[in-house]
Ligand binder design. Structure first.
Ligand code: PLP
Length: 482
């Protein structure tokens, strides 16, 4: 009913779309880093639910004209805005092939399941996790962090918590993370019913790493108040500056305090692929769970993250459920237990593993590592250039791949700098030269340039600096005139 009437005509249209997609990626550099979707395009999208069919080619034409040009910019070589992956041409084809199979990877006995198991096995090896550890691909690190928090909750309170909920009369559990921790960890506490007040936010040092003395003090004082510390969340690459917490020391603390150690390594954990960067993650192999993304520094197309859990039984006990429609058999399509749905809130799941498997096989871990090392070097170089330029001020040391700085034209009032730099960020984006984003470092508004892009060249970094300087000077002149 929904298949083409004329397969050959569909084949021609499909080839055309594929050719256009390849051209689109090949020529990405010639387009602006970002351009706003014009009102006319938004207007064209607005319509009531189509009741009548349209030709595939007509729908495709509307897509090419009104949607395709308006990317979020992250496929562009001068996208530095946020920690977002670039994707790869091969990964895009893998996504097409996954959709062709239309696999439902909640479980059962079919090829896609074995591909995901292989990707998990590679991940386990990468982080030195034992054979009995478990893992599952997720929508991203937000879901992976949520799973880590829920497993830690199971380990602290037993799986009965699934039936009874959290009973504050019985145990009040508390978790610990630094102020530089991503907001999704707080959200995980909210969603898990633990409450974000139970997440203790600890100060950081000048490199934005958790203050472990404060951590120990807080654990001790909570314990003295009758609370039950159950989870320490460590960062392997903070979202603002790419800081890596002292993982080994935190693993020792977690073990001594009887806490689960979860690592949010959304992007930074994959630095483990690199021979030269690996040492910075020392201790990550001692974590009880690790969340990381394949869609950031491994460039698999969105969306795909991963969580690894050392205590596979606790992982299963957190999610495994039964239902007559989910009966497992020893042979046939309903076999091949355990099923991935036993490790995640999801039942129907896409074949996320295929794009990861394709990407890792096509490029190999070493080439991806080389791209990661290149980004770290580019961030270091940008940081050095900013530091050497009196018009700029570096606002945080460059720990890994994120540079936070501001433009500081002569004669400007310090009170105006925040608004000036926020405006500058917008102008850089609107110019199409590059994309940077804003954050606050020590109360100062900053331009933030993240290096997570395998397309970025040294020339792109130079164009970024020149672009910011030019737009900054222009803005300063305008301010002086008004
Ligand atoms: C991106 C990011 C997250 C959230 O991951 P998603 O894949 O966007 O859900 C969490 N923590 C850190 C440090 C991140 O950079």
């Amino acid at each position: 009913m929904l298949d083409p009437n004329d397969w050959e005509a569909f084949r021609a249209a499909a080839h055309r779309a594929l050719d256009d997609a390849v051209d689109f990626l090949r020529d990405v550099r010639e387009r602006p880093a970002w351009q706003e979707m014009p009102e006319s395009a938004k207007e064209r999208l607005r319509e009531s639910l189509p009741r009548e069919p349209s030709e595939f080619t007509a729908v495709y034409r509307t897509f090419v004209e009104t949607i395709l040009p308006y990317t979020g910019g992250n496929i562009h070589p001068r996208f530095f805005g946020w920690v977002q992956g670039t994707g790869t041409p091969g990964g895009a084809i893998a996504e097409l092939l996954a959709a062709t199979m239309n696999a439902n990877v909640g479980g059962r006995n079919h090829g896609a399941v074995y591909v995901e198991r292989q990707v998990i096995a590679w991940s386990r090896d990468l982080f030195g996790f034992p054979a009995e550890s478990t893992g599952v691909l997720t929508t991203g690190a937000s879901e992976a962090n949520l799973i880590g928090v829920l497993v830690a909750r199971t380990r602290a309170l037993g799986s009965e918590v699934r039936e009874h909920g959290i009973d504050p009369q019985r145990a009040r559990i508390t978790g610990y993370a630094s102020a530089a921790t991503h907001g999704c960890v707080r959200r995980a506490f909210e969603i898990a019913g633990i409450g974000s007040e139970a997440l203790r936010i600890l100060p950081t040092d000048t490199h934005q790493r958790i203050d472990t003395v404060a951590l120990l003090e807080r654990i001790e004082s909570d314990r003295a108040s009758g609370l039950r510390p159950f989870l320490i969340v460590a960062n392997a690459g903070t979202v603002d500056v790419g800081a890596i917490d002292p993982l080994d020391e935190m693993a020792t603390i977690a073990r001594r305090e009887g806490c689960h150690l979860h690592v949010d390594g959304a992007f930074g954990a994959l630095a483990i692929l690199s021979e030269s960067l690996r040492a910075r993650l020392r201790g990550i192999e001692r974590a009880d769970s690790i969340a990381f993304d394949f869609h950031k520094w491994a460039h698999a197309p969105y969306d795909v993250g991963c969580v690894l859990v050392r205590d596979g039984d606790a992982h299963r006990a957190t999610f495994a459920s039964e239902g007559p429609y989910l009966t497992r058999m020893t042979r046939g399509l309903a076999s091949a237990t355990p099923w991935f749905t036993d490790y995640t809130p999801e039942l129907s799941r896409s074949f996320r593993a295929l794009k990861v498997w394709f990407t890792l096989k096509e490029h190999g871990a070493d080439r991806i590592a080389a791209a990661i090392e290149g980004n770290v070097e580019q961030a270091r170089a940008l940081g050095a250039a900013i530091d050497a330029d009196t018009q700029f001020e570096l606002l945080a040391p460059v720990g890994l791949n994120v540079v936070c700085f501001r433009y500081r034209p002569r004669g400007i009032d310090v009170g105006e700098l925040d608004a000036f730099n926020d405006e500058l960020v917008i102008r850089v984006q609107e110019s199409g030269i590059a994309v940077v984003s804003s954050t606050s470092i020590g109360g100062k508004r900053a331009l933030r340039a993240c290096f997570v892009n395998h397309r970025t060249t040294d020339e792109d970094v130079r164009m970024l600096i020149e672009g910011i300087r030019g737009l900054g000077e222009q803005l300063a002149r305008e301010r002086a005139l008004t």
